[in-house]
Design a protein around this ligand. Structure first.
Ligand SMILES: C[S@@+](CC[C@H](N)C(=O)[O-])C[C@H]1O[C@@H](n2cnc3c(N)ncnc32)[C@H](O)[C@@H]1O
Length: 213
């Protein structure tokens, strides 16, 4: 999202090596065209987790488990993650990756559609990471707010759509117009929700950081 590629390359070059299993999974995701969080977003999440020290995390959009494993590395002792995925082909790969990383006891994968799963969940979460279908975030928002603890943090990824979000509806390709208008609606809601304080960051593909007040 930061438009200057050299700046992004420079920022990425400062990153040190990750846990070897995570590095392998990241490479496997690249080889199989599975979208996972970008390096800058990884660094942001790690730092946020260390500050927030969440005991319970909910992730919407597991893919093959990369970000769930990454987050689990930066949680306090005993911290638990619930992650939700509906794409059948990715679920066994994610489960295998949790096993490879030795995280089966810390990460619980729930299979199914995010909205239905969220509606069935109770208890509260200290951090929710929203990283699924961008056009659906607006539908998940009421459940996300309900499930967040007071002071809980909502991180929404890919909210600036590689810059498309600032374009007029008619400048966006026709097939992307629904997502475009839903994302603008989502960002408006995040900024005007009476229970949320939100900062929108041009980081990676755009990250919205909200806190429930
Ligand atoms: C960008 S990927 C997640 C990447 C992952 N968080 C990471 O960084 O390692 C988004 C995932 O959300 C899943 N997804 C999309 N819509 C969903 C829905 N309605 N319910 C559950 N999962 C969904 C997709 O199948 C995809 O695997």
């Amino acid at each position: 999202m930061v438009r200057d590629e050299r700046l992004t390359t420079y920022i990425r070059s400062l990153e040190g090596p990750e846990d070897p299993v995570l590095e392998q999974i990241e490479q496997e995701a690249a080889d199989t065209y599975v979208p996972i969080i970008r390096k800058e977003t990884q660094s942001f999440l790690k730092t946020l987790l260390m500050i927030k020290q969440p005991s319970r995390v909910l992730e919407i959009g597991t893919a093959i488990g990369f970000s769930a494993i990454l987050m689990s590395e930066y949680m306090p002792e005993g911290g638990q993650i619930i992650t939700v995925e509906k794409y059948e082909k990715r679920i066994p790969i994610a489960r295998e990756n949790f096993r490879r990383a030795g995280k089966e006891g810390q990460i619980t994968l729930i299979e199914g559609d995010a909205l239905a799963v969220m509606q069935a969940l109770d208890g509260s979460f200290d951090l929710i990471f929203m990283d699924a279908a961008k056009g659906q975030y607006i539908r998940y928002l009421p459940e996300a707010v309900r499930l967040l603890s007071d002071g809980g943090v909502l991180v929404s990824d890919n909210v600036l759509q590689d810059g498309d979000v600032i374009e007029s509806r008619f400048a966006v390709e026709r097939r992307n117009r629904t997502i475009h208008s839903r994302m603008r609606e989502y960002l408006y809601e995040l900024k005007h929700h009476e229970r949320l304080l939100t900062s929108i960051l041009p980081l990676g593909d755009g990250v919205a950081l909200s806190v429930k007040c």
